[in-house]
Design a protein around this ligand. Structure first.
Ligand SMILES: [Zn+2]
Length: 55
């Protein structure tokens, strides 16, 4: 699968299960598109998500 940032709506439909797995408990967020993913290879400008210790 290519990066979530590049997916078109038709491709999102086709890959929905994989995308759901990828966006659940994400570790990275795309600085450019505001999409989130578990692996940074799925984003075009990934930034690691920092969770607050209060959670
Ligand atoms: Zn992006």
């Amino acid at each position: 699968m290519k990066s979530l940032c590049q997916l078109k709506s038709r491709e999102i439909e086709k890959n929905l299960r994989e995308i759901m797995r990828e966006v659940t408990k994400p570790k990275y967020v795309c600085e450019k598109c505001a999409r989130a993913a578990r692996e940074k290879k799925h984003l075009c400008k990934p930034v690691k998500i920092v969770r607050s210790s209060a959670e």
